[in-house]
Design a protein around this ligand. Sequence first.
Ligand SMILES: Nc1ncnc2c1ncn2[C@@H]1O[C@H](COP(=O)(O)OP(=O)(O)OP(=O)(O)O)[C@@H](O)[C@H]1O
Length: 331
Amino acid sequence: MTLLSVRDLTVRFATDEGLVTAVDQVSFDLEPGEVMGLVGESGSGKSVTAKSIMQLNFGGIRYGETSQILLDVDGRQTDALKLKRPRDLRLVRGGAVSMIFQEPMASFAPAITIGDQMVEQLILHKRVSKAEAKKTSIEFLDRAGISDAARRFDQYAFELSGGMRQRAMIAMALSTRPRLLIADEPTTALDVTIQAQVIDLMKEIVAEFGMAIIFITHDLGVIAQTADKVAVMYLGKMVEQGPVREVIRTAAHPYTQGLLNALPDLSDLDSPLKPVPGDIPSPLERPAGCVFHTRCPEKIPGRCDAAVPAMAPVAPGHACACFARETEGAA
Ligand SMILES: Nc1ncnc2c1ncn2[C@@H]1O[C@H](COP(=O)(O)OP(=O)(O)OP(=O)(O)O)[C@@H](O)[C@H]1O
């Protein structure tokens, strides 16, 4: 059974300025053991998409009427958007799904030791004894590369260095053995050496436990190293998805091409940076037609500003939502 099937996900927020469409009819699937990178500039809807799986978006939220987030929970397909009672929400919050954040302090309560938090979570989700929970917690801290794990177990998050806290957060998120880990910019705030260690750790864990990961990042380099497939979002829309190497080598959507062109060229340090030209429009004033047409170098006047392109295959497993590619396919 497919582990996660996001269907037609639309997320709007009622704000004082009006209705913000943060995510617009996004669909994707994830199989057990698969790592999917979710990329796009700031405000493209990556976090809102991921948080929807755990119903962690708050404040005036409205999901689309046909939106579904189908998750395999213990062999039963469950629509995560339909869960209401706290007991049922626990199935996706820390049960089948765990989330790690850029800022590990967001995961830890400041006045409770790391060990007590890990134990509490394990007892809640796994119904194990306290002694067993302690043993598992120390094991996972150790697995996450924390030396002297038994001593760290009794420490508070503020007593750990940044990199160590990140590892402790990963240990805590993984100790309940979730089927799906959502990693929201987990390495952005780290220096490159620790970043590489954290990425290695996540790869090891996927290989060992076969859990699926949604890896949210701005950094296509990190995606290239970690993910099997990649999904690119722009202003709430999914614009391209496919196997990571193929998308990086032969990006189909002009936005993905722009993101790749914007990467610094390390072999030519004097070459100027080439950011995607133009600014992202406000989500309150989303352009009609293709949301990217206001910045697109391949815009077809009268078409791209009038109709919304659907995702269509450009190669097996590789799809893109762009009228310019459709024309090429037909030619
Ligand atoms: N609670 C909320 N109320 C109103 N608008 C929100 C809320 N949460 C998110 N948004 C809006 O939804 C849009 C998508 O936000 P989201 O955080 O998913 O972007 P992102 O791609 O993850 O960006 P970043 O990389 O900066 O985290 C943004 O325009 C954001 O302002």
